[in-house]
Design a protein around this ligand. Sequence first.
Ligand SMILES: [Ca+2]
Ligand SMILES: [Ca+2]
Length: 78
Amino acid sequence: MKYIDSQDTLYELESYNLIEPSTVTVKAEKTADLNGDGVVNILDLVILSNAFGKDSPDLNADGVVNILDLVVISNAFD
Ligand SMILES: [Ca+2]
Ligand SMILES: [Ca+2]
């Protein structure tokens, strides 16, 4: 189960205990963190730049990696 809010933060339900609902844990991470190191910075920008014209990582889901996805990362800079 995944949910992405307007701040491009991905919330992923990792586990859910039906007996004890209070044990629900939610992991939040920036979808713009392309290399998964926990921060959005120049390294993620480089990864995106190298993928220009391809179909992934397509952050704004318009089908292609372009300047708009670069803007998404810029806005998510830590
Ligand atoms: Ca990163
Ligand atoms: Ca795009």
